[in-house]
Design a protein around this ligand. Structure first.
Ligand code: PBG
Length: 324
């Protein structure tokens, strides 16, 4: 007879409980997404994302400084341009919103901040799609040079890593080749590899005014019921030169995070998207949920599923809670 096993023995003492914890979160694993707008002294609240704002560059610097003080060092930048056009030219304008923000952040914080940029056309195109459009169809191959140009303009302005989110086929290779050719072979690519056509992006599209004007994104983003296809997308991106692969959204796709984790030996990122944020914020505001505990539980679940890093609008709150 074995002595009676008592898992409870490891739970009663708080210090021991912490000692044997299997999953841990650290501010160094968090990426804080931020929206940049043109102008000065602008800090516009995003109605569907209480606590999140669109910042002009000066206000952005203030927010980044605050986040850095609680230990968040990585940021994912989204730009909202002055004007949109058919070809999304604001995306690759060397003087565009994101490009200007990158220079200002690098001037202010240098190597202390790690800057990632979202590479996509949808915030910049008049039709709101992530690629060029002709006759109601998305043009995959014609879009690739523009994405590569966008990534290059970000890196020239100071981006430490680029994150293509458009879901065009072949974009990782196009970006890798352009970076290598122009002397940026040291810059890594974090690919939005398994990006689903999800209703959880609703608040983001309001924030970035990037909702498609016709149709939806299901011809290029993934079909939510599919898992094997996620693995295929991930393996293709790795073949093309991705350094980090991403699953997005996170909470409704924990099985995908786990499956990807088990198949690859590169870091896996998970994006806890705008709708996940809105869902928790709204129920907390109604008094239905305890915000801080729920936020911790959800992000731990994403880590437990296998994510190495988490892109989350809760980054600052989480880092603060982890410090205590
Ligand atoms: C751009 C992009 C989107 C998100 C990140 N990059 C929107 C979309 O694909 O519609 C969503 C992020 C979020 O919901 O927080 N393609």
């Amino acid at each position: 007879m074995f002595p009676l096993q008592r898992p409870r023995r490891l739970r009663e003492n708080r210090l021991l409980r912490e000692m044997v914890r299997e999953t841990r979160l650290s501010p160094s694993q968090l990426v804080y997404p931020l929206f940049v707008i043109p102008g000065n002294h602008q800090k516009e609240p995003i109605p569907s994302m209480p606590g999140q704002f669109r910042y002009s560059v000066d206000e952005l610097l203030r927010e980044i400084k605050e986040a850095m003080e609680v230990g968040v060092k990585a940021f994912l930048l989204f730009g909202i341009p002055e004007q949109k056009d058919e070809r999304g030219s604001g995306a690759y304008d060397p003087k565009g919103t994101v490009q200007r923000a990158l220079r200002a952040i690098k001037d202010a914080f240098g190597e202390e901040a790690f800057l990632i940029t979202d590479v996509c056309l949808c915030q910049y195109t008049s039709h709101g799609h992530c690629g060029l459009v002709r006759g109601g169809r998305i043009l995959n191959d014609e879009t690739l040079p523009l994405l590569a140009e966008t990534a290059l303009s970000h890196v020239r302005a100071g981006a430490d890593m680029v994150a293509p989110s458009d879901m065009m086929d072949g974009r990782v290779r196009a970006i890798r080749e352009a970076l290598d050719r122009e002397g940026f072979s040291h810059i890594p690519i974090m690919a939005y590899s398994a990006k689903y056509a999800s209703a959880f992006y609703g608040p983001f599209r309001e924030a970035a005014s990037s909702a498609p004007k016709f149709g939806d994104r299901s011809s290029y983003q993934m079909d939510p019921p599919n898992l094997r296809e996620a693995i295929k997308e991930v393996l293709l991106d790795l073949e093309e030169g991705a350094d980090i692969v991403m699953v997005k959204p996170a909470l409704a796709y924990l099985d995908v995070i786990r499956a990807v984790r088990e198949r690859v030996n590169v870091p896996v990122a998970a994006y806890s998207v705008s709708g996940e944020y809105a869902m928790i914020k709204a129920s907390a505001q109604m008094g239905f949920l305890e915000e801080e505990r729920v936020v911790m539980e959800v992000h731990l679940a994403i880590k437990r599923a296998g994510a190495d890093l988490i892109i989350t609008y809760f980054a600052k709150d989480l880092a603060r809670a982890l410090e205590r």
